[in-house]
Design a binder for this molecule. Structure first.
Ligand SMILES: Nc1nc2c(ncn2[C@@H]2O[C@H](COP(=O)(O)OP(=O)(O)OP(=O)(O)O)[C@@H](O)[C@H]2O)c(=O)[nH]1
Ligand SMILES: [Mg+2]
Length: 373
């Protein structure tokens, strides 16, 4: 039922649109390129189109689509990825003109997650998101067909097929929800047993170095560290020890701008693991120009799930390869004032500082935990 797209070594073009801010789209297209590369696609060209409004039928103008079509034929392109999330009818109309598969940003992210998931829990969460996405594409397509066939009330064959699809997807969604609830229950029981141990979670944007820090603090190669986006989609928990104090450290899934809502919903239970942590280490890639925006995006997501700011240490990572480090440092110091640290997960000295900071922070938490239990 779920359509899997093959990206491997496919010559690909990216399409993004700008309505107002040019800056935002350049960052987004850079991110989309990394996402496509993560799946093995070879990005040949990026088309950025200024539009006044989204065209209902084809999103971008017909002239632009013709231009892209010519480029595709001449350069033997095999895949088109759209930065914007397209409606099913827009997807269908564009595919009709270009005569092959077009995917949108949401589908790309869902495909990466589905490739990365290892545990049955994460697999079920991602499947749920994929089925919800598939369902979200159906009703509009249905309306589109209805119109084509002469209005509401006309019962053509396509319509009943879509009806059956919709029913089957809903049945699968229910099954997956039940499976996830069952695993949640088991995990809650496990967590209750760990109530007396201080819990810390590494959170942050994707590719900032969370798993690298996890490996350093736990002295083990347990988490996947990769240059690619979303290396980690399964939460891993390790016991760590700093000056005889024992903690449980979780490495969690990374965030990205415009994370598909279906995924956020599916990962709510994983995010509640973050919520129950005594301390969060918010890791930030200081080398990125957009690092302040990334912080805001992560903080907003954390706020949505009810995380208080005083339980967060901001760790600015990758100082070893940051240009204009001093300028950035002074901006950060003015903006965030406290509970922050500049490190390079590659440099041992700064990891020592991180350990000291965690230890100092958890000393006060420890007192509160014992007072409350
Ligand atoms: N130069 C430099 N690179 C780093 C540093 N820390 C991590 N990296 C690199 O950054 C990339 C991403 O690291 P990960 O630890 O996988 O990042 P993550 O935050 O776990 O990423 P996701 O699991 O995808 O969310 C890898 O190529 C690391 O080697 C650092 O301090 N300096
Ligand atoms: Mg990771």
């Amino acid at each position: 039922m779920l359509v899997t797209t093959d990206y491997t070594e496919k010559k690909t073009v990216l399409i993004a649109t700008v309505i107002k801010k040019q800056n935002k789209v350049l960052e987004e297209i850079y991110e989309l390129k990394s996402l496509a590369k993560t799946l093995g696609a070879i990005v040949i060209k990026e088309f950025i189109q200024n539009i006044k409004y989204k065209k209902p039928k084809t999103f971008i103008g017909k002239g632009k689509i013709e231009e892209i079509k010519n480029f595709i034929i001449v350069n033997n392109i095999k895949l088109v990825i759209f930065n914007d999330n397209l409606s099913p009818s827009q997807l269908k109309n564009i595919e009709k003109t270009l005569t092959f598969e077009v995917v949108d940003r949401t589908k790309v992210i869902l495909d990466i997650f589905s490739k990365r998931a290892k545990t049955s829990y994460a697999k079920a969460q991602i499947k749920l998101a994929q089925y919800k996405y598939a369902l979200s594409k159906l009703p509009k397509l249905w309306t589109h067909l209805e119109k084509q066939r002469g209005g509401i009330g006309f019962r053509g064959p396509g319509e009943s097929e879509i009806e059956t699809d919709r029913r089957n997807i809903r049945i699968t969604i229910n099954k997956l929800n039940k499976k996830i609830q069952l695993i949640d229950k088991q995990m809650n029981t496990q967590r209750k047993h760990r109530k007396n141990i201080i819990r810390i979670s590494l959170v942050g944007y994707t590719n900032v170095g969370k798993s690298t820090i996890m490996n350093l603090l736990s002295n083990a190669k347990v988490s996947t560290v990769e240059k690619k986006l979303f290396s980690t989609v399964d939460t891993t928990v390790r016991k760590i020890k700093i000056k005889k104090q024992i903690f449980l450290l979780s490495d969690t899934v990374g965030f990205i701008n415009n994370l598909p809502t279906q995924l956020i919903d599916s990962f709510k239970s994983t995010l509640s693991e973050i919520k129950e942590s005594d301390l969060l280490i918010h890791v930030i890639d200081i080398t990125k120009n957009s690092f302040i925006k990334d912080i805001k995006y992560v903080e907003n997501l954390l706020l949505e799930i009810g995380i208080k700011k005083n339980r967060i240490i901001k760790v600015f990572n990758k100082i070893d390869r940051c240009s204009e480090l001093n300028t950035k440092k002074s901006i950060i110091n003015k903006k965030y004032l406290q509970n922050l640290l500049f490190i390079s997960a590659l440099q041992k000295k700064t990891i020592k500082l991180l350990k000291q900071k965690i230890y100092a922070f958890t000393k006060s938490i420890n007192r509160n935990i014992h007072r409350n239990k």
